[in-house]
Design a protein around this ligand. Structure first.
Ligand SMILES: Cc1cc2nc3c(=O)[nH]c(=O)nc-3n(C[C@H](O)[C@H](O)[C@H](O)COP(=O)(O)OP(=O)(O)OC[C@H]3O[C@@H](n4cnc5c(N)ncnc54)[C@H](O)[C@@H]3O)c2cc1C
Length: 410
């Protein structure tokens, strides 16, 4: 099957991967509609990707090996626990082997964007307000009220997807009961900490555990080549001021000093001094907050609509699989397209391939979240053998930490 016109709603990781996948398979016209008017590469957050999953995606042609990244080899689990020998960096619990690299979200996005064929039309600053489908086509409307028909509309519009409302209106992200604060800054500032940057080896991802949560801290590449940033994700109970009437987040630049002071107080109360100081070095405008959600849609397609990435499945970040999942969705879409003789066959093959996988990842994310945050052990009783046994228990079942292996049918 070749040809056809395709609208991709959302131009982030999933949107970029699907736009490229569609052109690779011979779509005649591909239009990406992205709400954000500005430079998406400025979104300053880190993500980790398991080396094996990344290598598979390179092999399948979705990313290139030369994306700037930071090597991680060890995930060091730590707790404060001064009574059992914890120093300024805390008490060591476990040095877990960790075959991951970390990426700057914006650098990864830029790499995907650069590989986009020139004939893909990008409309930045365009918000899609509604979509719909008939048997033989689909349509979108944007804020101007204009309605445009396409052969296929792909919803890569994230956890608050407009396209999902049309595919499965009852599927809504479910609040997991806790939030994460996030932040990043130039790693040169680590010199300001007592102990400096040397106290924290470059290839270590630190996971600092406390009753009620944990902070995951790792370095990522800076937007500028040659620079490095510190990136952290601080899981915590929701602050009293947060209103959760529906899926939401508190973006960078909108927190005030009072709310940031709550984070500082939490860090100083719960973390060993080195890590508390590392978190509190973060500039206010680089600090933000995201509630944690779970979402597994019962189906991914309806008529000529298709869901991709976080629009279809939101997995708790403990699983470090979101970016891989989005890229693998694009891979499955290409496989389905290559094998399908009609749009209906392509969409139903894609749906079959990805729905169960999504459910399994969400389930694993829930299990990891319960074990590490909601019903975490008493860290003061844990040692290395205890940590290894505790980790193994979390992975029973379908597996998929860091994402499932890529299946290739081509
Ligand atoms: C705290 C945290 C840590 C994470 N860590 C990792 C990690 O270590 N490794 C990993 O692999 N994943 C991680 N993830 C998950 C990962 O970031 C996401 O799964 C991934 O970025 C999803 O990409 P996406 O393209 O599907 O959605 P998004 O990145 O949410 O993109 C959706 C896009 O759609 C646009 N949009 C939305 N609505 C509209 C509209 N109506 N019209 C037009 N455009 C619209 C938005 O502006 C946005 O650009 C983490 C997530 C969180 C919250």
């Amino acid at each position: 099957m070749r040809g056809g016109s395709i609208a991709v709603v959302g131009g982030s990781i999933a949107g970029s991967a699907f736009a490229r996948a569609a052109t690779r398979q011979g779509a005649e016209r591909v239009v990406v509609l992205e709400r954000s008017p500005g430079r998406l590469e400025d979104r300053g957050v880190g993500i980790c990707i398991l080396d094996d999953r990344f290598a598979e995606l390179v092999g399948a042609g979705h990313v290139t090996e030369d994306v700037r990244r930071h090597r991680l080899t060890v995930r060091r689990w730590i707790t404060r626990d001064a009574s059992r020998g914890g120093d300024a960096r805390g008490r060591h619990l476990w040095a877990q082997p960790f075959a991951f690299h970390s990426y700057h979200w914006g650098v990864l996005w830029q790499a995907l964007r650069e590989r986009m064929p020139g004939n893909v039309e990008y409309r930045l600053g365009t918000t899609v307000t509604a979509v719909g489908t008939g048997e033989d086509d689909a349509w979108i409307t944007d804020t101007t009220g204009a309605r445009e028909p396409y052969d296929l509309v792909i919803g890569a519009d994230g956890y608050r997807s407009v396209v999902r409302e049309a595919v499965c209106p009852d599927a809504l992200p479910e609040y997991a009961g806790y939030v994460c604060w996030r932040g990043s800054y130039d790693a040169e500032r680590l010199a300001e900490l007592p102990g400096g940057a040397e106290a924290w080896p470059e290839q270590e991802c630190a996971t600092v555990c406390y009753p009620g949560g944990q902070v995951v801290i790792y370095r990522i590449p800076g937007v500028t080549p040659g620079r490095t940033q510190v990136n952290w994700v601080f899981y915590a109970p929701a602050p009293a001021w947060l209103r959760l009437d529906g899926p939401t987040s508190i973006p960078a630049g909108t927190l005030d000093d009072g709310r940031a002071d709550e984070l500082k107080a939490l860090a100083e109360r719960e973390l060993p001094p080195y890590w508390a100081a590392l978190v509190t070095l973060t500039p206010l405008e680089r600090t933000f907050l995201q509630p944690i959600y779970d979402l597994a849609t019962p189906r991914r397609t309806a008529g000529r609509l298709l869901l991709a990435g976080d629009a279809a499945t939101v997995v708790r970040p403990h699983n470090t699989s979101g970016a891989v999942k989005a890229l693998q969705d694009a891979h499955a879409f290409e496989d389905a397209w290559r094998a399908g003789r009609s749009w209906a066959a392509t969409l139903s093959a894609y749906d079959r391939e990805r729905v169960t996988m999504g459910r399994e990842l969400v389930e694993l994310g829930r299990r990891l979240g319960r074990a590490q945050v909601g019903a975490a052990p008493d860290w003061s009783t844990m040692d290395e053998p205890g940590m290894i046994a505790w980790w193994q228990q979390q992975l029973t079942g379908s597996g998929g930490f860091g994402g499932h292996a890529l299946t290739r049918r081509s």
